[in-house]
Design a protein around this ligand. Structure first.
Ligand code: XIL
Length: 345
């Protein structure tokens, strides 16, 4: 009998726990670093639940797409700040910080940039003008910028791109130009998949060392953390340690934990998978909490609810559940577990 009651209570535990959190208890209020999400302005406008959650659950905001080259600088002589400004205004209204993403990237470049013809000086003028116009537009409103995104390949070599191909030392130049435009903004190098890719990690660390030696301004490293339940804990911890050892600010900048990376059409999010996902979120948060406080820039999720995730849209994986909020914008078990974990600390 006793056993049955114990089992019953154990079964009820998640619900009892869930009850302890209500709409006046938020993870962002009890964790000692900013908790962020990337946002889509169309969803902000159209979807009340999305907007409500974005405002109440997060205190750092990144534009998922609207500060990227193709959208913010669609023509050589035209910048389009409308959507970026909307995101900044939303953040301001909710007293959230804004993180800028991203000034230079090989992806989502504008067509006119791909078609551009010119010598090295002309390319440098183009990129400098791009960076400085945007950074100045948002001066004082954006805490930090991903200056360059994903510049290294897995083997540690510089990724070929229109920037790498036309501008020698474009990484250092980009950081210098950004710093000239806003000397107060924190400047980040952002990349993904460092875990299990020692050559890529090494290239990033070498860049940091080189920048320090040459006094090129760099203040932080963004680790995107698009991980999955299959990612190896030891590899994740190692890249966090290596990044932290630089002494720079550390941002987990685009967190999601994929549960169905192979896009199995019959995938079911059962309790085993839920547990594996919660454990990965806990691993990320506990490793992050171990970083010296002055280096903690924050943890940002790559959008809000499972159905908003790029893993569904961009990768076309309808049965993917990588975030802290479900399809109806309810907190998932992982949220409750994180909350309890922080509470206990
Ligand atoms: C993704 C967006 O989420 C998608 O909506 C878009 O179609 C492609 O880009 N690394 C990054 C992000 O730095 O900018 C990417 O965002 C995801 C991978």
């Amino acid at each position: 009998m006793k056993r049955i009651i114990t089992l019953l209570l154990l079964g009820l535990a998640p619900f009892l726990q869930a009850q302890q959190i209500n709409s006046t208890n938020f993870l962002k209020q009890i964790i000692p670093f900013p908790l962020g999400a990337s946002l889509n302005p169309r969803l902000l406008e159209e979807n009340l639940a999305y907007r409500t959650l974005a405002a109440s659950e997060f205190n750092s905001i990144t534009a998922e797409n609207h500060m990227k080259m193709a959208l913010i600088h669609p023509e050589a002589n035209r910048f389009d700040f409308v959507k970026g400004d909307e995101i900044v205004a939303f953040a301001k209204k909710n007293k959230s910080r804004v993180h800028g993403h991203t000034l230079v990237w090989h992806n989502q470049t504008a067509q006119w940039m791909k078609d551009f013809q010119g010598d090295q000086q002309a390319w440098e003028n183009l990129l400098k003008n791009h960076i400085q116009t945007i950074v100045k537009h948002y001066q004082g409103q954006i805490a930090g910028w991903d200056v360059v995104n994903e510049a290294f390949l897995d083997d540690g070599s510089l990724r070929p791109s229109i920037w790498a191909d036309h501008i020698p030392d474009y990484l250092a130049k980009s950081f210098t130009w950004a710093h000239e435009a806003d000397s107060k903004a924190l400047l980040f190098y952002n990349d993904y998949g460092q875990d299990g890719k020692p050559k890529k990690m090494e290239a990033i660390l070498n860049m940091v060392q080189d920048f320090k030696k040459r006094q090129i301004p760099i203040h932080g490293l963004g680790l995107q953390m698009h991980i999955s339940i299959q990612s190896k804990n030891e590899e994740i911890k190692q890249v966090i340690d290596q990044s932290t050892a630089t002494g720079l600010h550390i941002h987990f900048s685009e967190v999601d934990v994929a549960v169905n990376p192979k896009n199995n059409p019959d995938f079911v999010m059962d309790t085993i998978v839920q547990k594996a996902q919660s454990e990965k979120f806990l691993l990320l948060f506990s490793s992050y909490a171990a970083i010296p406080v002055k280096q903690q820039y924050g943890i940002t999720f790559w959008n809000v609810g499972d159905k908003d995730s790029w893993l569904r849209g961009y990768f076309k994986r309808p049965k993917e559940y990588p975030l802290l909020f479900d399809e109806s914008y309810q907190r998932k078990g992982a949220y409750e577990e994180l909350y309890q974990w922080v509470k206990k600390k």
